[in-house]
Design a protein around this ligand. Structure first.
Ligand code: AP5
Length: 221
């Protein structure tokens, strides 16, 4: 069975990290709305110019913009996928429920990663990325070999604009108000699996694999 999954959870919990590991292992398409929007901002496209200030403030881009973008991405996929950062509101979740069947697809898993706020702040404050190749790091938990430079190309690592302390607080507030209700939404649809995200990257990956195997979505290793 292919994975048609959503990764849910507060900012910095490790959704992108786990999505990349799963996508590599199972040859899935990893769709991160945050990465798509940041790329648009960097390239100064009309979409990027429209969303830049909203993203810097830690608020959400409007459902209309995001839903149109995601339908365009997902409709042409033939294999499994992992959605990272979408849906993020009840409006986005109901839109996804309505459009997936039109393209012959249905979600089969929603993985909610759970970590306390103190650890989230540590993860976001220490996150760095390479502006050349996009690879992500953490200064303590997943450091580069040479201090603050990318292992792939030697570029100096930088911090995301929205990983500053005041924006992190706003992103957590927005998460609780707009995105956390999706936990009950997907629990009622019997799609939700909560994973303890407090361990190391490898430990969390192991827990995610256990869930996917138990649900019969991937074969046992
Ligand atoms: P987005 O990029 O989606 O940000 P986010 O949800 O806030 O998530 P992050 O990317 O910050 O964190 P993550 O959970 O992926 O953690 P990561 O794996 O990097 O969205 C950014 C903005 O775009 C939004 O604020 C909004 O404005 C807009 N947007 C995006 N989608 C939208 C939508 N659907 N609707 C409206 N607006 C939208 O890990 C974090 C760090 O921790 C890394 O350094 C990593 O190395 C480290 N780490 C990960 N796991 C572990 C572990 N187990 N132990 C130790 N360290 C770990």
């Amino acid at each position: 069975m292919a994975i048609y999954g959503v990764l849910l959870g507060p900012p910095g919990v490790g959704k992108g990290t786990q999505a990349k590991l799963l996508a590599g292992k199972f040859n899935l398409t990893h769709i991160s709305t945050g990465d798509i929007l940041r790329d648009a901002v960097n390239k100064r496209t009309p979409l990027g110019l429209q969303v830049e200030e909203i993203m810097k403030s830690g608020k959400l881009v409007s459902d209309d913009i995001i839903n149109a973008l995601m339908e365009d991405y997902i409709k042409n996929l033939n294999d499994g996928f992992l959605l990272d950062g979408y849906p993020r509101t009840i409006g986005q979740a109901t839109f996804l429920d309505n459009f997936l069947p039109r393209y012959g697809k249905t979600l089969n898993i929603v993985l909610a990663i759970d970590v306390d706020d103190e650890e989230i702040i540590r993860r976001l404050a220490g996150r760095r990325y390479c502006p050349t190749c996009g690879r992500g790091y953490h200064v303590i938990y997943d450091p580069p070999k040479e201090s603050e430079t990318c292992d792939n190309d030697g570029t100096k690592l930088i911090q995301r604009d929205d990983d500053k302390p005041e924006t992190i607080r706003e992103r957590l507030r927005v998460y609780r108000e707009r995105t956390a209700p999706l936990i009950d939404y997907y629990r009622e649809k019997n799609l939700l699996e909560v994973v303890d995200g407090s361990g190391s990257i490898e430990e969390v990956h192991g827990l995610v694999l256990e869930v996917l195997e138990r649900k019969g979505i991937v074969d046992k290793a």
